[in-house]
Design a protein around this ligand. Structure first.
Ligand code: G1P
Length: 297
């Protein structure tokens, strides 16, 4: 029997410089996509996948994130008194069970691998998930849940994977494919942000991982990789050297890169259009825009 995956690490220590000046005082992870903070999408996806313990690796200036996960009794009371039951339910659905959430500070920005390593003492000797909230994945089925199901078959380590165009591949961790079974890919290597023209494939790592605790042994070595940072990709690649499996899962769903402004805007439109209360008005607006643009041509 494989150990169930019940713990997830959310690395949220980044400074979010691409979203300045907003991120001067607001952590990027609580910037809103329609009406929910970015991080809530990852939390909901994790819950659907059976995650029970949520470990946030934070940094200075992220207290608003911790507050977001706290209960809000005054606000709940106000809504209750006013009979706003629907809003009350929305609010309650974001409450985290006491003890289910933990925060760990990353004191220095030494890379994603280092951020994950900071959570090592909270993990114990069991497989764990890592979720990067910048990658928002929409679809009828939680991406992490698909990975947990795949993991139950394959064991080993699994990363979410997606084909990206040549021009963009150098922004990602990239899989070196040994065997391609369609949705599941067995890898023989992984490279973080390869130089243009040197990527082993077009299959990029997207920010969802199920990892074995042995990955921490590699991170312990604090070896710097691409950009002088301690890379999670390198530690996962070491698993292959040690004879353990690393798979890629081509997940079902649409991924938005909310670490970029264009991606954030696209996600805002897509999630807006998916909402019953916003669809009509937004569609009308977008159609008007389209008409205006084509008329101007
Ligand atoms: C990180 C990982 C990279 C992965 C990407 C997915 O990079 O290091 O391997 O492909 O997330 O979004 P970052 O985007 O933080 O530079």
């Amino acid at each position: 029997m494989k150990r169930k995956v019940t713990k997830a690490i959310f690395p949220v220590a980044g400074q979010g410089t691409r979203f300045l000046p907003a991120t001067k005082s607001v952590p990027k992870e609580i910037m809103t996509l329609v009406d929910r903070p970015l991080v809530q999408y990852a939390i909901d996806e994790a819950r659907e996948a059976g995650i029970k313990e949520f470990i946030f690796v934070t940094s200075r200036g992220k207290s608003a994130l911790e507050d977001y996960f706290d209960h809000a009794p005054e606000l709940e009371n106000t809504l209750r008194k006013k009979g706003k039951t629907e809003l009350l339910e929305t609010l309650k659905s974001t409450n985290m069970e006491s003890g289910a959430i933990a925060y760990m500070r990353q004191h220095k920005a030494l890379g994603l691998g280092h951020a994950v390593w900071c959570a090592r003492r909270l993990l114990g000797n069991e497989p764990f998930a890592v979720m990067l909230p910048d990658d928002v994945i929409a679809g009828p089925e939680s991406c992490l849940k698909q990975m947990v199901e795949a993991y139950e078959e394959t064991g080993g380590n699994i990363v979410a994977a997606m084909e990206v165009p040549d021009a963009k591949i150098s922004s990602y961790g990239v899989l070196d494919v040994a065997e391609d079974n369609g949705s599941i890919v067995r890898t023989k290597g992984m490279v973080e942000k390869p130089d243009a023209g040197t990527a082993p494939s077009n299959l990029a790592v997207i920010g969802r991982y199920i990892l074995q605790p042995t990955v921490m042994n590699h991170l312990n070595k604090m070896k710097q990789g691409t950009g002088g940072e301690i890379q999670l990709t390198d530690a996962i690649a070491q698993e292959l050297t040690d004879g353990r499996d690393v798979f890629g899962l081509r997940f079902r769903g649409q991924r938005f890169d909310c670490g970029s402004k264009a991606g954030f805007l696209q996600a805002t439109v897509a999630f807006g259009l998916a909402r019953d209360d916003l669809r009509d008005e937004l569609t009308e607006y977008l159609e008007d825009l389209h008409t205006l643009r084509t008329a101007a041509k």
